[in-house]
Design a protein around this ligand. Structure first.
Ligand SMILES: NC(=O)CC[C@H](N)C(=O)O
Length: 337
């Protein structure tokens, strides 16, 4: 009877990439100063024996880095591994442990490019495992329970932090220091309590199996950079970034409703004339950029980033540019994903 019960448990792969969830501090009171990306995946799993209550887990160390140092090559490597594992009949779901600083970018990239119905959950922590009230163990337990849940199938990529289940597309790191670091402006999808999932909503934007993008067909990612808007910002920054060899799009992290300083508008227009796409996003952490408000996007051939923040706008632009450089098509993609 015991072995039958064992066999019926979902089989979850845990891919470890580093971050605070794999961090260690000098003492239990070091919640903020510690070294990230130290603990190996087997040790992480051994530290949470409760995982065996909800799943049969296996671990794999894909990399061991702080997420602020993640490159496009790292992202492609991780996504390809997730894609391969998601096709295996002995894998029911995938959990990725990750540093929290750029976790939202990785989660959105996987959401856009991995073709699977199987749950993929990206998870991190705000305190290292050595700290008082460390949050990584419960976050990981929650992630594994979501990855093994039938209710989570076909809903794209998730992030589980602080008992909440967030859509990888919507979630962003809003607060540093605190364990309630991750928020979605449209709300979380659900919660995990004692390993049980409670769902309240589902994502509406295209993802995973419904996506026109597929990691198995993406060889490289085009260069897309971000420039920040602020009082007295010079056009020289835009010019310098625009002169970067091979650049295909520039994300303008504008003020307010994606507004652009009068001295920067001509710099962006010149780049557009050279074939570089201009995406208007905003530095404001919530709301969304309205097309043709603040700037005449139709007239300039610019694209608006919808409700995606600058870093997520960069992820979607890179993925979209693997298929098209037409700003009308790019805008359609920004509405749909
Ligand atoms: N809380 C964290 O995971 C931050 C640690 C590190 N800066 C990273 O993003 O990997």
């Amino acid at each position: 009877v015991e072995s039958v019960a064992q066999a019926s448990k979902p089989r979850i792969m845990i891919l470890a990439t580093g971050g605070t969830i794999a961090g260690t501090g000098a003492s239990s009171v070091n919640s903020a100063s510690y070294t990230a990306s130290k603990v190996a995946v087997d040790q992480l799993i051994a530290g949470v024996p409760e995982l065996s209550r909800v799943a049969e887990v296996r671990g794999e160390q894909v990399m061991q880095i702080a997420s602020e140092s993640l490159t496009n090559d790292d992202l492609l490597k991780l996504a390809r591994r997730v894609s391969v594992l998601s096709k295996r009949p002995d894998v029911d779901g995938i959990v990725i442990t990750h540093g929290t600083d750029t976790l939202e970018e990785t989660a959105y990239f996987l959401n856009l490019t991995v073709h699977t119905d199987k749950p993929i959950v990206v998870v991190g922590s705000m305190r290292p495992g050595t700290a008082l009230s460390a949050d990584g163990a419960l976050n990981l337990y929650d992630a594994v329970s979501v990855a093994g849940s039938k209710d989570a199938r076909g809903k794209g990529v998730f992030v589980t932090m602080n008992d909440e289940i967030h859509a990888g597309r919507d979630v962003t790191k809003m607060v540093n220091i605190k364990t309630e670091a991750f928020k979605s402006q449209w709300g979380p999808l659900g919660m995990v309590v004692e390993g049980k999932n409670y769902w309240f909503r589902a994502p509406i934007k295209r993802h995973t199996t419904q996506s026109e993008f597929d990691i198995d067909q993406i060889q490289t990612l085009p260069k897309v950079e971000i420039v920040y808007g602020y009082e007295n910002a010079p056009r020289a920054t835009v010019d310098a970034v625009g002169a970067s060899p091979g650049i295909q799009a520039i994300i303008h992290a504008g003020t307010g409703n994606g507004s652009v300083a009068n001295r920067i508008v001509p710099a962006l227009q010149e780049l557009r004339a050279k074939g570089v796409n201009v995406i208007r996003s905003a530095r404001v952490p919530a709301g969304f950029v309205v097309r043709n408000a603040e700037q005449p996007d139709d007239k300039y051939g610019w694209v608006v980033g919808h409700d995606l923040n600058p870093q997520k706008s960069r992820i979607l632009s890179m993925v979209a540019l693997t298929k098209t450089r037409d700003p009308k098509e790019l805008q359609r993609i920004f509405w749909e994903y």
